[in-house]
Design a protein around this ligand. Structure first.
Ligand SMILES: CC(C)(COP(=O)(O)OP(=O)(O)OC[C@H]1O[C@@H](n2cnc3c(N)ncnc32)[C@H](O)[C@@H]1OP(=O)(O)O)[C@@H](O)C(=O)NCCC(=O)NCCS
Length: 196
């Protein structure tokens, strides 16, 4: 696969998704040091610009090796960084990847993630040839669960006590969306999340 496929610039009505660069590190730190944004993330809130730079460098490395696609989400109106959206755990043979996203708190509730993630999902299906995109979230993360449902993901199951971050143990809810869509009455639509 050509390297450019893993360094795309994707434009939507209000947003520009593009690979993160070192110049984004301060704005990215602002987003990822917010305990509320990082509440359900699998790492503690970031504390230094180096955390941000490390993330950007590792993302770039993963993209160069075609293991992931990590994009900054910029507002077209101001050019400001609203968040990040990514496809990770890319498995070429199985044609699947995992989606993840986070927005700065002032950008919540404006439908940005629906717009950004849908564009990335379409890119994954059409340009990377993915058959399946999955997501793993904390079952208590209501806004993410709702955002995934609005994006057409089905809840497929719950893995109990999967994470321990700073001594806090949590379950994982697994969601999936198929390129071909779910047939009507798919059992995934009937699974309910229950936190331990
Ligand atoms: C997940 C996230 C990107 C969603 O962004 P957003 O801009 O708020 O998304 P939306 O505007 O589409 O809103 C999500 C939905 O959740 C609903 N919601 C949010 N908090 C809720 C709550 N506590 N109870 C019930 N519904 C809630 C909203 O009302 C909205 O539903 P609606 O459109 O039907 O009204 C954002 O909350 C975020 O960055 N969270 C921190 C990072 C994170 O947890 N990422 C997920 C790990 S992959």
């Amino acid at each position: 696969m050509s390297e450019e496929l893993f360094f795309p610039v994707i434009e939507t009505e209000r947003l520009l998704l593009k690979p993160l660069v070192a110049a984004d590190s301060r704005n990215l730190l602002e987003i990822c040091s917010d305990p509320e944004t990082m509440r359900y993330w699998n790492t503690a809130p970031w504390t230094t610009t180096q955390d941000s730079l490390d993330f950007i460098n590792e993302s770039c490395e993963s993209m160069r090796h075609q293991r992931a696609l990590v994009l900054g989400v910029h507002l077209k109106s101001t050019g400001g960084l609203a968040g990040k959206c990514m496809l990770s755990s890319y498995h070429r043979e199985s044609k699947r990847a995992e989606i993840g996203f986070a927005l700065a708190r002032p950008c919540w509730g404006k439908g940005y993630i629906g717009e950004a993630a849908e564009a990335l999902i379409q890119y994954g299906f059409r340009s990377l040839g993915l058959r399946r995109i999955e997501a793993e979230i904390d079952p208590d993360n209501i806004s993410s669960a709702r955002a995934l449902e609005k994006l057409g993901f089905s809840l497929e199951g719950v893995l109990r006590q999967r994470w321990e971050v700073n001594g806090v143990i949590s379950d994982s809810a697994l969601y999936g969306r198929l390129a071909c869509g779910d047939p009507p009455g798919h059992p995934g639509n009937a699974v309910h999340v229950a936190s331990a």
